[in-house]
Write a protein that binds this ligand. Structure first.
Ligand code: ZN
Ligand code: ZN
Length: 708
């Protein structure tokens, strides 16, 4: 006979913080506790989740380990504290109602793509939610975009107008159901519905109002029509990505000449028909965050050339809402799914607004009656050397914070002008907003203000410090300077770039920071952009930068890279540039050239810049790739695309020790490019040499620092 040695009985109390509410955390704890026959409770608190368990100490150890190991897919634990206490002799294990404290700090989950369980039910004819476009559960569905206030309960979301039917309500209340406390829970009987309208805002009559709007949508897309489709974070404009006419029409109507369109395909197999997908890229594409991932197109693909003209890459995402999956039952290779807006404006989220603003673009509207509280564009990532790099951090990622290594005061950082996002801090969390856009029109500026107010409310942050870009003309700076009763701190643009990078990587030491950028307001009032800063989080010293050259015509020089090419040539050869025998100069109108040269020589409307973005533009123009850009960054992108093969030849470069800091000279680079042009070297080879030269310049910088 064996006598089992029993482990002693004890009580443990755990405090857990992070994304632990609205993600099925309490039922998960409940089940883990039940399996071990623990007594105690689990409860939501203002900060996260509290729980107490009584049972054998060894089982408790095991239980605590399982919480970390087996937590629900959407949960993120940022703090996990346990104490052992004297027994209280609980009689059972219970899930307690939310405990409300005075201060609340609960992380909100981002929007999450439909999970496999829900997808299975969606396509199962015997399921009561068969083909229901709003199916969701505790592990999936909308979150951030439907939350109006906290705590995250249904009445504080845009689902509050839908009263759950009895069956849904039972699921919602049952701790063992995977829809327990799924706030957007709904079904055919009680939830939101889709409907189809034409561009005159007239309802398209359907015999079967349940299935027909989507089937009709598929038919219209196959016909080459453009549809505005309401999604999770806003409207998309959709068209069949294999039909040139449809895509070209969409470009014309949207006023978007060449900037690439994002596309969506049903599955990885479809994507592999037109693009290369590495394992890392596949992992990113299929993650519940479902970002747009930049992929390299295959030769001879079936996509329309209009999707991303003169671009070797294409931005692709997988479906992430049940509605997307239903549309892809229509067997499309790919659909254009671009933000539903006129170029430059924020993405449309409201039905009425969609009819007003998109009726000149879309032929039809597939809309629904679940409101989007806050818009959120699709995120864009690119895998470089196996590491995902954020190009636009928005839906699926926001509002997950960046965790800092230290606690900070509540700060609101208002961001810059182009591709603006804002940031709010609380404790050791830095919450970045979704992509707001270019603050060049009233709509986007209003969206900036709305986002700040919304995030302050749902994160309960009352900033005592407001940080702003030093550029006096930025709308975000104007907004900051209007605020009263707070400390205002101006931050230099490139110092902000490097400091954010440091914060994201938990670096506190002094660093050599490279900020290679297009435009940022410098301390000397000039336009900085090719900067090497010796800096810590609070301060910086500008130790090296690209030489200043004039931007003839100011912003016109950004839109017309040929002006920059002329500026670099003038900087290098002065008036002797006229003797150069290169195609670039022959292609220009002599009178125009003379005007620009005079402008620069007299300093008329020719601000000085050390921008690296402008150097890319200038080289692209000089070698005949692009004289005018249709969207920001186009010339630089095309210069990169042009690279034929990576070699190890490069241009001479020079760093001069001009007082007070080192200057990276472009003359040797420009002279090298001109020489190569005369010798008939291809654009691709010149581009490769130019890129390689810049890499070496940057290494040289580091080297010089270490020497000094
Ligand atoms: Zn689900
Ligand atoms: Zn229902």
């Amino acid at each position: 006979m064996h006598i089992l040695e029993e482990s002693p009985i004890g009580r443990a109390k755990a405090t857990i913080q992070g994304i632990v509410q609205g993600v099925g955390f309490r039922p998960f704890i409940y089940q883990l506790a039940q399996e071990r026959q623990f007594k105690g409770y689990v409860a939501n608190t203002a900060f996260g989740v509290d729980l107490e368990v009584e049972g054998s100490l060894s089982a408790i150890e095991d239980f605590l380990r399982d919480i970390e190991l087996k937590k629900p897919p959407l949960a993120e634990i940022t703090l996990f504290e346990t104490v052992f206490l004297p027994l209280k002799s609980y009689q059972e294990f219970t899930i307690e109602e939310s405990r409300s404290d005075t201060e609340r700090f609960v992380l909100i989950s981002p929007d999450v793509s439909i999970c496999d369980d829900c997808l299975r039910e969606l396509l199962d004819p015997s399921d009561r939610r068969y083909r229901y476009p709003f199916i969701n559960c505790t592990n999936c569905g909308p979150r951030y975009t439907i939350i109006k206030d906290i705590p995250y309960d249904r009445d504080k979301t845009t689902m509050h107008v839908f009263k759950m039917c009895r069956t849904c309500d039972e699921e919602y209340r049952d701790p063992f159901n995977r829809r327990f406390h799924a706030q957007p829970n709904a079904c055919w009987d009680c939830g939101p519905r889709v409907s189809l309208y034409d561009h005159k805002s007239d309802l398209v009559p359907c015999n079967d109002p349940i299935n027909d709007p989507i089937k009709e949508t598929v038919r219209l897309l196959k016909e080459g029509r453009i549809l505005a489709i309401k999604g999770l974070g806003g409207f998309h404009l959709a068209a069949d990505a294999t039909r040139d006419q449809a895509v070209a029409l969409l470009r014309r109507r949207k006023g978007r000449e060449e900037k690439p369109f994002a596309i969506m395909s049903r599955d990885i197999e479809s994507i592999k028909r037109y693009a290369y997908v590495t394992r890392d890229e596949e992992r990113l594409l299929t993650s519940p965050r479902r970002p747009i991932v930049l992929l390299r197109k295959k030769e001879g693909h079936e996509l329309s050339q209009e999707i991303s003209p003169r671009n070797k890459n294409v931005g692709v995402m997988l479906p992430y809402t049940p509605l997307h999956y239903l549309i892809f039952q229509g067997d499309f290779l790919a659909l254009v799914m671009t933000s539903g807006n006129m170029t430059e404006e924020p993405i449309v989220i409201d039905n009425q607004d969609a009819f007003e603003r998109l009726s000149s673009i879309a032929d039809y509207f597939l809309i629904h009656n679940r409101d989007i509280c806050l818009r959120s564009d699709d995120s864009v990532l690119r895998v470089v050397d196996g590491v995902p790099r954020q190009m636009r951090r928005s839906r699926g990622y926001v509002p997950v914070p960046i965790f800092l290594k230290w606690e900070v005061e509540p700060i609101l950082a208002c961001g810059a002008e182009l591709k603006n996002t804002i940031c709010l801090t609380k404790g050791n969390c830095a919450f970045l907003s979704q992509h707001i856009g270019d603050l060049e029109n009233l709509e986007t500026v209003n969206f900036l203000k709305l986002t700040i107010e919304h995030l302050k409310r749902i994160l309960e942050i009352n900033p005592t410090i407001i940080a702003y870009d030093l550029h006096p003309g930025y709308q975000s700076t104007h907004f900051a300077l209007e605020q009263k009763g707070v400390r205002l701190i101006g931050v230099q643009h490139h110092h902000a770039h490097i400091a954010s990078c440091m914060a994201e990587n938990g670096v506190e030491e002094t660093v050599i920071g490279l900020s290679l950028d297009g435009t940022g307001y410098g301390l000397d009032g000039r336009i900085w952009g090719g900067e090497v800063l010796l800096c810590n989080l609070g301060d910086f010293e500008r130790v090296c930068h690209f030489d200043y050259v004039p931007m003839p015509g100011g912003t016109a020089a950004i839109k017309e890279p040929w002006r920059m090419a002329l500026s670099y040539l003038h900087h290098t050869y002065h008036r002797k540039l006229m003797d150069l025998d290169i195609d670039f100069l022959k292609s220009l109108d002599n009178n125009k050239v003379n005007v620009i040269l005079k402008m620069m020589e007299k300093g008329i409307n020719s601000p000085l810049t050390s921008s690296l973005g402008r150097l890319f533009d200038g080289i692209a123009a000089l070698i005949g790739l692009r004289q005018r850009v249709k969207y920001e960054g186009q010339a630089a992108m095309e210069l990169e695309m042009a690279i034929e093969e990576n070699g190890d030849s490069f241009y001479p470069y020079e760093i001069s020790e001009d007082d007070p800091n080192w200057i990276l000279k472009h003359e040797p680079i420009i002279k090298g490019v001109v020489r190569d042009l005369k010798e008939g070297l291809s654009q691709g080879r010149i581009s490769a040499k130019f890129h390689y030269t810049l890499r070496l310049c940057m290494y040289l910088n580091e080297f010089l620092f270490l020497q000094s």
